[in-house]
Design a protein around this ligand. Structure first.
Ligand SMILES: Cc1cc2nc3c(=O)[nH]c(=O)nc-3n(C[C@H](O)[C@H](O)[C@H](O)COP(=O)(O)O)c2cc1C
Length: 322
């Protein structure tokens, strides 16, 4: 049984938004900053080399979110992202850490949510599954996921190719749980648009890469400030799955984007333990919301900007509907 308490806390978010998990970008400081600024913060388990290190990050976050929020809103719940693909050998020992540290939400990616559901529901947590197609959405719903993250075209990192205009409507036909919409969302207007389409929350990755609390290198942050949506390429060359990457980061590594585009790497997601990751370290991901990035700033300032835009978009929409 999942916990109505966490679902209730999600209804009290300052903004209906989740700062999405990002490999080698999300830090415990970023997670805590997002939660204290009123939106869900998250990080991926493969950011850590061992399950013990994963436990230490979760303990740090648990302590961090005990502090009060920066405003009148409550501190938001946080989420752990786990890769459940069969090439992920650490799943059993990571799950032991999950049982101990009890992340309120676990978001599964690149595999079925099934292996994590007994543990997470066992302590009253919620399980969301990241999906890129209606078929995977149905499978995750049938497996018992409490929520679905619909990754659409324009998303950073591993991306989908469905339009959000279609994907939410298709999934709402058979799923009445939490729906999170992902892909190129980097304005308060787009967060409201996600709700208008029928989603409950927006999932924002790229927007938080330049945050002061992220693990991104300074050169990566500057590249995001300098780039727009036409500086991206979707390719399977780096992880085997379709991923949206910054072309200037390929050029910087001496790669020819034209050669890279149609290459397909062997499918493998064991994160840092995977030797095949090394050749593409320094090739950086981003989604089409990259053009909205103007500066490096604290996560709380990014969320203040999104909240102000969201409030303005709501006022405009109210006028439209009047
Ligand atoms: C640099 C980068 C790393 C990412 N790493 C992960 C990851 O480790 N696990 C995961 O489930 N999704 C990962 N994603 C995808 C995000 O969680 C999210 O789906 C995506 O960023 C949403 O699109 P947006 O970047 O356009 O906001 C990553 C995305 C980016 C940009």
């Amino acid at each position: 049984m999942s916990d109505a308490g966490i679902a209730a806390r999600l209804k009290q978010l300052r903004l209906p938004a989740i700062a999405a998990p990002m490999f080698l970008v999300s830090s415990p400081e970023l997670v805590v900053a997002c939660c204290r600024a009123g939106i869900v913060g998250s990080f991926p388990a493969p950011n850590l080399r061992t399950s013990e290190e994963l436990g230490a990050w979760m303990a740090q976050i648990t302590a961090g979110v005990q502090k009060p929020s920066h405003g009148e809103w409550p501190v938001a719940p946080w989420a752990l992202n786990m890769v459940t693909h069969s090439t992920s050998p650490r799943l059993p020992s990571d799950l032991e850490q999950v049982a101990e540290h009890r992340p309120p939400i676990v978001i599964t990616a690149l595999g079925s949510p099934k292996p994590v559901i007994p543990t997470v529901h066992g302590y009253g947590g919620l399980v969301f599954a990241d999906v890129i197609s209606e078929e995977f959405a149905r499978k995750a719903a049938d497996a018992g996921a409490d929520g679905l993250v619909l990754v659409c075209s324009g998303a950073g990192g591993h991306t989908g190719n469905l339009s959000p205009l279609v994907f939410v409507e298709r999934v709402r036909r058979f799923f009445d749980g939490h729906i999170v919409l992902a892909g190129a969302i980097n304005t308060g207007d787009a967060i409201l648009a996600a709700q208008v389409l029928g989603a409950d929350y927006a999932y924002l990755g790229t927007a938080f890469i330049p945050a002061e609390e992220s693990l991104a290198q300074d050169e990566y942050r500057q590249m995001l400030i300098d780039c727009g949506p036409t500086d991206l390429m979707v390719t399977r060359a780096f992880t085997g799955a379709r991923a949206s990457m910054l072309v200037p980061s390929m050029l910087r590594k001496g790669l020819d984007p034209a050669e890279v585009e149609f290459k397909v790497a062997k499918f493998n997601f064991t994160g840092r333990q995977n030797e095949t990751v090394k050749p593409w370290s320094g090739i950086w991901g981003a989604g089409q919301g990259v053009g909205r990035i103007e500066r490096v700033e604290p996560a709380a300032d990014i969320i203040d900007r999104l909240a102000a835009e969201y409030a303005a978009a709501r006022r405009r929409t109210a006028e439209l509907c009047a």
